[in-house]
Design a binder for this molecule. Structure first.
Ligand code: IMP
Ligand code: MG
Length: 176
């Protein structure tokens, strides 16, 4: 089957939204330093662009988790592929995600970070698919709510491809 990518959110719309999120985060963290944790690999593009729009001091760390398999639905089992380099104690932590789907990844991270004594923990995601949620979550910053469609681009992949697209698209499968 052939794949075709249909644009869902344009590059300009994404850029504008990231600027707005950056301004809001800068206001909310005024007078503090924000410790941004990016969830690899998907959140890397969004995290870097967001960090560029934040005007308070920023430090960064990365974590890599994966849900098993490479299908277009997450399996529900989360494992740590790479843990953080630095302790969270006393830090104002902002976890940055590409997309929240079932919510299992964010809920797993919340449990994991609870014991690490951060001063505060908030969550920011570029995209949210609320229809697919299986666990209850409070996201502090959401870029766009989208319908239940599998999306790629801006860090998000289908079988490790399309992460480098500067816009967000939906994968369409067509008979050849
Ligand atoms: P959750 O744990 O089900 O909330 O899934 C979160 C992770 O699944 C995201 O961080 C993505 O890596 C991946 N994911 C969920 N939906 C999509 C999608 O539409 N496109 C690409 N990756 C997705
Ligand atoms: Mg992710």
């Amino acid at each position: 089957m052939k794949e075709r990518i249909e644009v869902l959110i344009t590059e300009e719309e994404v850029d504008q939204k990231i600027r707005a999120l950056g301004e809001q985060i800068s206001r909310d963290y005024a007078g503090r330093q924000v410790h941004i944790i990016g969830v690899l690999k998907g959140a890397a593009f969004f995290m870097c662009e967001l960090a560029k729009r934040i005007t308070v001091p920023v430090s960064m760390d990365f974590m890599s988790v994966s849900s098993y398999g490479s299908s277009t639905k997450s399996s529900g089992i989360v494992k740590i592929v790479k843990d953080l380099d630095e302790p969270l104690e006393g830090k104002d932590v902002l976890v940055v995600e590409d997309i929240v789907d079932s919510g299992r990844t964010v809920s797993y991270l919340t449990e994991l970070f609870k014991d690490r004594r951060a001063a505060s923990i908030r969550y920011c995601t570029l995209l949210d698919k609320p229809e697919r949620r299986v666990v209850d979550l409070d996201m502090d910053y959401v870029g766009f709510e989208i319908p239940d469609k599998f999306v790629v681009g801006y860090g998000m992949d289908y079988d490790q491809r399309y992460r480098n697209l500067p816009y967000i698209g939906v994968v369409r499968f067509e008979e050849e």
